[in-house]
Design a protein around this ligand. Structure first.
Ligand code: SF4
Ligand code: SF4
Length: 416
């Protein structure tokens, strides 16, 4: 094996000779026993999509004519509170705000920053209310076109390590993982993580993805600012940033839980195969990636271990809805608990669907068909099979953004 440089890979891309795989394509070949050799792979585009609570946006937008108010004290967008500042914008009629993806509407706990970001990008009208320092209330509506600048900063994104949770107790437990409390007596398991598609999982020494590396964040070209908060050598994550207004609403949005709205994002990062060490790190597959299973009540007490192959292999990424089986219940539980509001008025909107699996596991009349699998565990010396009832990660979005990145590299829209 001879090491290669980024310049050499870029020259191959220019000539149309580069071998670029998405992580899903590369892992499929490994699992088939047909692993491309070092000489047969130049770049692998990795991706992950999941709930990423550290997501925030810095926004500037015009709310009134200049001179109407001196300084904003409180700002609400569709009822979601934003922090005014850091620039006071005195008398200009515009405000700078920082808005958290996990901030909840003062009118509706299940609506929050993640849903708001998606609606902004979809071009919907957003109600804004400003309480000014001198006691005025200014109300207006804005759209994406009124946002002069919007930047997403994700304080903790693309985590490599996760824990799955189940509830061995007898009482149900509310959590940030689902819109329904997790039932007791090991009735279900919830997990996060895209396994062997995750960028950091394919760069375990964390020596390729560095400060300044270019990424796709929700389809906008962005950068790694450095390690994310709480990152460690064993549990890395990344701080990322990109222009909100250039993002595709498909790749980010809100996610309802019984603790209020959360936010999901999608990240794709290229791994140029410069040397043998980088190549060897790319050979990791789902069955090699441990996933501890913990008690949701204690959060950090591992009960048993499983792996990502058991979470994803052979399972469906999206549900099928069979209207003929739907009983039109007086109050549809699925409309209430679907984390992304993808099911409304007997219609399944696959653009909003996250493939979490809740509809298939909670509709008592089997109107949804989706195999999300189950896992054999040994808990307190008892062998149990626990159904996987909720995923907080979406491999379909992760794959799609990885494929988009591959095409952008091939066409030189994204330069390594
Ligand atoms: S709970 Fe199931 S059967 Fe009842 S209305 Fe909703 S989708 Fe239809
Ligand atoms: S899998 Fe079902 S519950 Fe989950 S997001 Fe899609 S429609 Fe909603």
């Amino acid at each position: 094996m001879t090491n290669r440089t980024i310049k050499q890979i870029n020259q191959k891309i220019d000539k149309g000779d580069a071998n670029i795989y998405t992580a899903a394509e590369f892992k499929k070949l490994i699992k088939k026993g047909d692993t491309p050799s070092f000489d047969e792979v130049d770049v692998v585009t990795c991706g992950t999509c999941g709930v990423m609570s550290g997501t925030a946006a810095i926004l500037n937008f015009i709310i009134s004519e200049p001179g109407v108010f001196i300084r904003a004290n409180e700002v609400y967008l569709n009822g979601v509170p934003a922090y005014a500042g850091p620039c006071p914008n005195e008398w200009l009629g515009s405000v700078d705000v920082i808005l958290h993806g996990t901030a909840h509407s003062i009118y509706d706990e299940s609506y929050g920053g993640g849903f708001l970001f998606k609606e902004i990008l979809e071009g919907k009208s957003i109600d804004v209310r400003v309480e000014s320092a001198e006691g005025k209330t200014i109300e207006n509506t804005i759209t994406k076109d009124d946002i002069t600048r919007g930047q997403i900063i994700g304080a903790r994104m693309a985590f490599k390590n996760y824990t799955a949770f189940t509830n061995p107790g007898s009482e149900e437990v509310k959590s940030i993982f689902a819109a329904t409390p997790l039932e007791g007596n090991l009735r279900g398991l919830t997990f996060s993580g895209c396994g062997d598609l995750n960028p950091l999982q394919n760069d375990i020494p964390h020596n390729v993805i560095k400060e300044g590396s270019r990424v796709l964040l929700n389809d906008a070209v962005g950068y790694v600012l450095g390690d994310g908060t709480r990152a460690s050598a064993e549990k890395p994550n990344l701080m990322l940033s990109a222009d909100l207004c250039k993002m595709d609403p498909y790749y980010l949005g809100g996610f309802k839980t019984s603790q209020g709205g959360e936010v999901y994002d999608t990240v794709a990062i290229p791994i140029p195969v410069l040397n043998e060490e980088i190549y060897n790190n790319l050979l990791i597959t789902d069955d090699m990636i441990d996933l501890p299973v913990a008690d949701i009540r204690g959060r950090h007490l591992p009960l048993d271990n499983t792996d990502y192959d058991k979470m994803w292999a052979g399972h469906d990424l999206r549900p099928q809805y069979d209207r003929s089986k739907c009983k039109n219940c007086e109050s549809c539980l699925i409309e209430e608990i679907c984390p992304t509001n993808a099911f409304k008025a007997e219609r399944l909107n696959l653009t909003y669907c996250f493939g979490c699996g809740m509809c298939a596991n909670y509709c008592r009349h089997d109107a949804f068909n989706m195999n999300t699998g189950s896992v054999d565990l040994n808990i307190n010396d008892n062998d149990v099979n626990v159904p996987i009832i909720l995923r907080q990660s979406d491999r379909l979005r992760a794959n799609k953004l990885s494929l988009k990145l591959k095409k952008m590299i091939e066409t030189r829209e994204f330069i390594l």
